[in-house]
Design a protein around this ligand. Sequence first.
Ligand SMILES: Nc1ncnc2c1ncn2[C@@H]1O[C@H](COP(=O)(O)OP(=O)(O)OP(=O)(O)O)[C@@H](O)[C@H]1O
Length: 332
Amino acid sequence: MSDQPLLQAVSVSKIYSGRHGAGVQFADLDVKPHQITAIIGESGSGKSTLLKLLYGLLSPQKGQILYKGEPILGPHDKLIPGHDSMKMVTQHTDDLNLHASVWDNVAHLLPNTDLQAKQQRTTELLKQLKLFHMADKRVVELSGGEKQRVAIAKALVTSPEVLFLDEPFNQVDTSFREGLQRDIRRIVDETGLTVVMVSHDPAEVLSMADELIVLRNGEIVEAGKPEELYTNPVNFYTATLLSNCNVVEGEEAKELGIKTNLSRVVIYPEWISIDKKMLSNKWKVMQILFKGPYEELWLTYNDLNIRVFNLQLGKFPIGKGVSIKVNKYKAF
Ligand SMILES: Nc1ncnc2c1ncn2[C@@H]1O[C@H](COP(=O)(O)OP(=O)(O)OP(=O)(O)O)[C@@H](O)[C@H]1O
């Protein structure tokens, strides 16, 4: 399989007019084919803007977007903005015909010249997206998550090469969301679809993406494999975006046995182990949040509060003195 990028942003900038100069600046990125590339960043960091630039819904003021090495036409160059080989699904399912059936919403985009092919393709896609059993239902009768599945089926029925997803699972509850995430992953693996998605949910991008791009104030600050970015973030911003981590001032870190000249230390909760057998049980269990398979313990010592995961449910009750060991940290 070719490792050449399918889509490229080459030093792309799009700054909206207005006082704040927000948008996207000097973005360089490669989207490899047959993979899921996820863009993550805090609210307003420019995720949707970057996606629209890649799709051709916005024109860059500087730089270029290339698709298979050719510049993408912007909204001023085309009657219908957006690249023909690409489709976008957002959290709004506005373009569905609510009073038509699931089948008709998806099938009507295919030509009537080959009815058998139309039947086959629609059936295949409804099965892939677990909608076949509700093919005759009107879209108005579906749940938010089911509507989202129809929107994705509709986007994929004409076999685009690239699917853009802009926070498409936002309105969907957790179990439905995970099912949809797994189905998208399976479709990518089975059909070679290329997906570029935007999300602000670390769990979502870490589990779905092959390649992760971190945006901050319109600039790409880090990019790489999710595992690498999570375990070895180069930026403080990336660490705090991807983990609900402990952030400790360099001076306070001494209490945790960490010596550093840097100003901030990041410690993921899973990098800390608890041991009540050690001599100094100076940390007190202040709060316990039950998370199902594990507990999140909040420990306190002097003015320092830290979060630790505990798999041995019930072992450390509130008020208990414990010792902790920091097995890993990142200083910035
Ligand atoms: N049409 C517009 N005109 C002016 N400013 C805009 C426009 N669209 C977006 N912006 C601004 O550009 C910045 C980036 O917006 P964008 O929607 O790309 O961010 P985002 O990371 O997708 O945010 P969110 O996660 O909140 O959806 C924000 O500060 C936003 O207010």
